[in-house]
Design a binder for this molecule. Structure first.
Ligand SMILES: Cc1ncc(COP(=O)(O)O)c(C=O)c1O
Length: 374
């Protein structure tokens, strides 16, 4: 029997606290939530026959997802990236399976393999090492029976990324190692500040890519994500798992997602300059902080600073007070199984004005604390 736990990031998510109870929501990991009317596609679904659709995802959606990166026949549409990560873990892992998984990470990347009873070794990312992924560490810990190497790039919660050379080195590692597969959670790929990484599944049939509409497009409520694998046998196994869970996706969601992706350049062309502006606001704010330090993000809409105080328990109280008294919310370290003095600061979701106000509140509240290096 598998046994999954509800994670703090889920039970304490802003949607469960209540959006109306938070004035400065700096805890989100996506771009500002959009409305159908923002996208000009609200009329497109009213005449749809509400029928079952291709279990892999509609042709239209898979072609739009693939664009010029992968073959649409390698794509399976899922209920968010979370749905894809679940299907992959359940298909590849069972009790005792060896998996190397980077930490911190988006919670499902850790919790699903844990709940399945996998034998997990964490590839730790460290602030002191600029949150860099250590590929040599992965190479040392790969075993002949390793089933999965799981990374997130660009990374949540640190906003760091890897180079194309590093991605290719990881692909070569798994290709030369027993039956290991590389899972790359690419949910932030399209929010790269520079050239996006190649889609990992386009490099090797041993690499699996995952992404979604949630973060880069600000459409988490659409619940559309996808995975891509060029391994046709694995593809069939994952599809069988999806069919057991939900048969197919929703024609409404898939049609809307396809419409957005067909205008990808236009939609992202509007979003990316706003993300850059908000990132720069945080960077200038950070420059004058004495109670916080950080590693500046290289992609995406989140960063993972730390509060410079001596006691992690005091940080827990500080975050709680910040929410109760100032209605200002960040993602504390416990959401990522780390020291409470770290926190995820999501700068892509709040309006530019709310972001600025929230940072002011954070700065003022922290000025009452006693500084300590750690
Ligand atoms: C790295 C990463 N992967 C996957 C997900 C799941 O997102 P969704 O299921 O909304 O696509 C998230 C959400 O925070 C994420 O940050």
């Amino acid at each position: 029997m598998v046994h999954f736990q509800r994670m703090p990031i889920e039970t304490e998510g802003p949607e469960l606290i209540g959006y109306d109870n938070i004035a400065h929501n700096l805890a989100e990991s996506s771009f500002t939530d959009l409305r159908l009317s923002d996208l000009g596609i609200d009329g497109d679904v009213s005449d749809l026959p509400l029928q079952y659709i291709d279990h892999r995802g509609t042709d239209e959606l898979r072609v739009a997802i693939a664009a010029d990166t992968v073959d649409p026949e390698t794509v399976i549409a899922t209920a968010g990236a979370a749905g894809a990560l679940f299907l992959i873990a359940v298909t590849l892992l069972e009790s005792g399976s060896h998996a190397l998984i980077c930490r911190p990470n988006y919670s499902s990347n850790l919790e699903t393999p844990r709940g399945l009873g996998a034998d997990i070794e964490h590839i730790e990312l460290r602030f002191d090492n600029q949150w860099r992924l250590d590929i040599d560490d992965i190479a040392r810990r790969l075993r002949p029976d390793t089933e999965l190497v799981s990374i997130c790039a660009p990374h949540n919660p640190t906003g760091q990324t890897i180079t194309e050379e590093q991605l290719r080195a990881l692909v070569a590692l798994v290709e030369n190692h027993g039956r290991a597969r590389l899972l790359v959670d690419e949910t932030y790929r399209e929010l790269a500040y520079e050239q996006p990484l190649p889609v990992a599944s386009s490099l090797s049939s041993r690499a699996i890519s995952v992404s979604s509409m949630s973060k880069a497009y600000g459409l988490p409520g659409m619940r559309i994500g996808w995975l891509s694998t060029a391994d046709s046998e694995l593809y069939e196994r994952i599809l069988a798992c999806k069919e057991q869970m939900s048969i197919a996706g929703s024609i409404v969601d898939e049609t809307l997602a396809a419409r957005v992706l067909q205008r990808r350049e236009d939609v992202l062309g509007k979003i990316k300059p706003i993300v850059a502006e908000r990132r720069d606001i945080v960077a200038s704010w950070m420059e004058r902080q004495t109670m916080f330090d950080w590693v500046a993000p290289q992609a995406g809409v989140v960063c993972f600073p730390r509060l410079l105080i001596a006691d992690p328990a005091e940080a827990t109280r500080f975050w709680a007070q910040l929410l109760d008294e100032q209605k200002t919310y960040v993602g504390p370290g416990r959401w990522f199984d780390l020291d409470e003095r770290f926190f995820r600061l999501g700068f892509g979701w709040p309006s530019t004005e709310t972001l600025q106000d929230g940072l002011d509140v954070l700065e003022k509240a922290a000025s009452t604390l006693t500084r300590a290096e750690w």
